[in-house]
Design a protein around this ligand. Sequence first.
Ligand code: HEM
Ligand SMILES: *[C@@H]1O[C@H](CO)[C@@H](O)[C@H](O)[C@H]1NC(C)=O
Ligand SMILES: *[C@@H]1O[C@H](CO)[C@@H](O)[C@H](O)[C@H]1NC(C)=O
Length: 321
Amino acid sequence: MALPASSSTSRALVLALFSLLLFSVQGQLSNNFYKKTCPNVQTIVRSVMTQAVAKEPRMGASILRLFFHDCFVQGCDASILLDDTSTFTGEKNAGPNANSVRGYEIIDAIKTQMEASCNATVSCADILALAARDGVNLLGGPTWNVPLGRRDSRTASQSAANANLPGPGSSLATLISIFGAKGFTAREMTALSGAHTIGQTRCQIFRSRIFNEANINSSFATLRQQTCPQTGSDNVLSPIDIQSPTTFDNAYYVNLMNQKGLFHSDQELFNGGSLDKQVKQYSNNGAVFAKDFAKAMVKMGNLSPLTGNNGEVRLSCRKTN
Ligand code: HEM
Ligand SMILES: *[C@@H]1O[C@H](CO)[C@@H](O)[C@H](O)[C@H]1NC(C)=O
Ligand SMILES: *[C@@H]1O[C@H](CO)[C@@H](O)[C@H](O)[C@H]1NC(C)=O
């Protein structure tokens, strides 16, 4: 584009456009962020995740949850990956994470390969966003483009992890409010909850539901009670989705319609309330669910990322540089 060099209006325009460009590069994520600096970023994540999920299908679920618990606390900044030290309290020992969130070694394995290919370039926060997407897809779920360019935090917040993450005893109103605080509609919250179509959970999380609640299928409750008694067996695992715990499908919603949600919070989505219709729709139409889930995951990945010169690219995901 040729511009008359003397025209100050044109120069002002060019300047304005240039700052707009700079601003958008610094302020948001982009699909091609590592195109020049680490072209194999997606291949590296995919290959480690493929091996990990082949070895243990549950790992796809565990990494997905790790990403959720990262993004809801200070944004998607890999804060959850920082280890506690004698002088630093991170998020790993917060109530919702301790003895529960897993998969940290898989992120380490991806990071090691990443450093070997393109050192000090790809953030742990971006690795987590890609790995969560691949975990879902490798278990039969949808795929989506993951905008990149997140940077890693130098801080973490145990108190925010305790405050911002929903618990299995949450009411529908609490779920709507916790997700609403992060900018999600009740519809998006319902789609994201479909993540519970994969993965496992400990007896202590759902014991009170299978012994005390009325809106549960009685043969389902009896089945779960066999490995989750009134006392003991706190850490014994059960699949969250009774039908297909290693397949990312819409069976979670079918379960809810049959009063086979394992967490109190899950069954809250189908208990005579405002989201019953949506649960029914997803139970009838897996494609609509898959599409809504993918869209909501991209939105979750956009929660307050550090970009530009904020934060850092950690060399080890477990500690700040
Ligand atoms: C709606 C509110 C939610 C509540 C109350 C909730 C709660 C829980 C609880 C209590 C567990 C089991 C923890 C344990 O047994 O140690 C769990 C597991 C899991 N959650 Fe959620 N969660 C919610 C939303 C989500 C979202 C939005 C995602 C991801 C998008 C997600 C992904 C998972 C996965 C994949 C597992 C299984 C993890 C594994 O097998 O390692 N959850 N969730
Ligand atoms: C990355 O690699 C270069 C070249 O091998 C090396 O000089 C540099 O110290 C490395 N950077 C880090 C942070 O490891
Ligand atoms: C509970 O689930 C079982 C097994 O799927 C089914 O046969 C039964 O009809 C259900 N019970 C009720 C009360 O819906």
